[in-house]
Ligand binder design. Structure first.
Ligand code: ADP
Length: 486
């Protein structure tokens, strides 16, 4: 029996076009597994592009009425959804940990901190103010109104199976859009659990669908080519983001893309080293290193490199690897064997080019996809770990000498999502914060995401922002009305 059998929010159906579907139009199904041991948690209908098209049509049918609801009514539904998620944290967390592997405490944090986006956008729904601009002559005014873009499609990854949904669906529904979501085929159960609560909260039938499918490309093709879909919001790899952009070009899709990162984490010689080591530990090993804002490259000024490394090692030694549901566990398994292979490739490249493993460095005795938290010193710019996102618990330490040198190394990347640095000198703080090519910079903190802040990247890390009052703009169009004859 699966660890979540009997969970009141577990569904083995898709939520498509306002109906709970036990079977896809092809009759195919797929299994969702626990990454800690490979056990089957649930079997879901494997929906086809035809099923997705029905969800899009239902979203289109629901959209006009939803957009016409007074903002206050939309806000109430979102607020109720937020309340239901908040009341159901434990059931949602158990589902999340079972399908994704992260420790229960992290799962709870993911749910609570991302439910906050539903609450935030419930409030923002009421503030979609337009403008009246003086006209070119006394008889004219320029009116600017904000209108929903329409039907949206969302594609979300497996690393935050719950949070990636609320921060997309929240602003979309608040703006008066409707949404067809394809969660990762690895972690669709959290999405379905959220849909149970959305339905209970009063989200109208068809306004939100969860299309469970292993045919990611089929879904991607349908939503990019279908002219009814006005916008796609995607979080995932840069390669898929590029593909969606290319495929969506024919129908001029609006796009929000939250893609790969390669976050530099810089420790200057005037930093509080304890705070820096705490930050590096959290940023590198949270979710087993599987977040797009995880520190990927840790640059430490030479004079404090040994002291910082020591502090990081002391903290790393206290991490407890294990099943996410076990008491005291602080790090779960990696999502699958490809993730382990990438970790090993990055590690082998670094060691092969002269780096030294000072902690971990191998698969855990727990077996499966468990990997020891690993710290490597003597890393140099140019090694694979400095160029590609590792997405695993590998902390490479690179010594540097000057501010200008480290800024150049940090910016030597096609990505620009998150960057972090620890320093106390104010002149340095401003200089470095302004020079780093990243959408988000953490100064003396490794915690970036919260609903009041605009989350997103520059360069090839993506387009658009999630959260803050800016986050809803991606779901709105400006309409200018020239009012004459006054
Ligand atoms: P990751 O490497 O984090 O798994 P992916 O970009 O492969 O990143 O996956 C993120 C999401 O994108 C998942 O929901 C996945 O199913 C989906 N996906 C992958 N390929 C495509 C595609 N061609 N079209 C649409 N969605 C896709």
């Amino acid at each position: 029996m699966s660890s979540i059998a009997g969970n009141p929010l577990l569904r083995e159906q898709a939520y498509c076009a306002g109906e709970w579907l036990a079977a896809s139009s092809s009759g195919e199904s797929f299994a969702v597994r626990d990454p800690a041991d490979g056990a089957v948690l649930a079997t879901l209908p494997d929906l086809t592009p035809d099923d997705a098209r029905r969800a899009i049509e239902a979203a289109a049918a629901a959209q006009a009425a939803w957009a016409k609801e007074p903002a206050k009514a939309r806000a109430k539904v979102l607020r109720r959804w937020f309340d239901l998620v908040t009341e159901s944290v434990e059931d949602l967390a158990l589902i999340l940990t079972a399908e994704q592997g992260k420790p229960l405490a992290e799962a709870r944090t993911e749910i609570v901190s991302n439910a906050a986006y539903l609450e935030w956008f419930a409030e923002e729904a009421k503030r979609l103010d337009g403008e009246i601009i003086p006209g070119p002559n006394a008889a004219q005014r320029i009116l600017v109104v904000k209108q929903p873009v329409g039907v949206c499609a969302a594609i979300t990854p497996w690393n935050f199976p719950n949070g990636m949904i609320t921060r997309k669906v929240g602003p979309a529904l608040a703006a008066g859009c409707t949404m067809v979501l394809k969660p990762s085929e690895l972690t669709p159960l959290s999405a379905l659990a959220l849909a149970v609560l959305a339905e209970r909260a009063g989200v109208p039938k068809g306004a939100f669908s969860v299309v469970t499918t292993t045919d990611a490309k089929g879904f991607g093709t349908e939503v990019t080519k279908n002219p009814t879909v006005a916008k796609i919001t995607f979080t995932g790899s840069t390669a898929v983001g590029r593909w969606l952009m290319r495929e969506g070009a024919d129908t001029i899709k609006r796009l929000s893309l939250e893609l790969g990162g390669n976050a530099p984490f810089i420790v200057f010689d005037d930093a509080d080293l304890d705070a820096a080591a705490d930050g590096a530990l959290a940023s590198k090993f949270r979710n087993s290193g599987q977040t797009c804002v995880c520190a990927n490259r840790i640059y430490v000024q030479r004079g404090v490199a040994d002291a910082f490394t020591q502090k990081l090692l002391e903290r790393t030694a206290k991490l407890k690897l294990g099943r996410g549901t076990e008491e005291g566990v602080t790090m779960g398994p990696l999502i699958n064997s490809q993730a382990v292979a990438k970790m090993e490739a990055h590690l082998a490249d670094a060691v092969g080019k002269g780096a030294t493993v000072v902690s971990g460095g191998k698969r855990s005795q727990l077996g499966g996809t468990f990997f020891e938290p690993t710290v490597v010193t003597g890393v140099r710019q140019g090694m694979l770990v400095t160029r590609e996102e590792t997405f695993a618990p590998l902390a490479p330490i690179i010594a540097f000498d000057t501010e200008d040198e480290v800024i150049a190394m940090a910016n030597d990347s096609e990505f620009g999502l998150a960057a972090y640095f620890y320093a106390r000198d104010m002149k340095r703080v401003f200089k470095v914060a302004e020079a780093l090519e990243a959408g988000m910079v953490g100064v003396n903190t490794a915690a970036l995401a919260n609903e009041a802040a605009p989350f997103g990247g520059v360069k090839q890390s993506g387009l658009g922002r999630e959260g803050s009052h800016h986050g809803i703009e991606d779901y709105l169009e400006l309409k200018y009305v020239a009012l004459a004859g006054l």
